[in-house]
Design a protein. Sequence first.
Lengths: 112, 114
Amino acid sequence: EAGVVQSPRYKIIEKKQPVAFWCNPISGHNTLYWYLQNLGQGPELLIRYENEEAVDDSQLPKDRFSAERLKGVDSTLKIQPAELGDSAVYLCASSLEHHEQYFGPGTRLTVT
Amino acid sequence: AQSVTQLDSQVPVFEEAPVELRCNYSSSVSVYLFWYVQYPNQGLQLLLKYLSGSTLVKGINGFEAEFNKSQTSFHLRKPSVHISDTAEYFCAVTLSGGYNKLIFGAGTRLAVHP
């Protein structure tokens, strides 16, 4: 069974540029999560989807971040414009039950 | 709100020695507890979880953890580590029942030396 797929794995952009990350969850998992992991810290939830509905986006900085999960399968997280402080690893996870989340390898973003 | 404290940011240990990674949580209600491992440039992998029942939980790769409600701890142990256990380990907590947000600790870097 394929795991959670994320792309790209690495991205380097200049500040003020837009960037997008893509996530394909494990087949059949209706819940999808985006996390932000800063260096030396644990992941922090940005947004959670139940099917195509964003049910918890309280930690998503909505002035520059947006996300979508069309058709309730794969998802895209966008930052526009990126700032230096956005440099981090962006993790996607999915789950069938609420408590066992399966994580993708992450996208490491560097903003210069 | 619940929180997680991982008491050691780094734990160096020699190969084949035992190891304990400490985790304390704070919550006024019942919780579920998890340990995840993150190898370099990879996502998080679930090692083990405590939902209910026996307080001693066995996980993958020979790891186990003990839930201690009175001390609000969930320490991770392995009797004999391997070089391949070198990784970052995260403790996480969520409120029991239904969906609640996973709260992660800051992580403990386990470095196994030959």
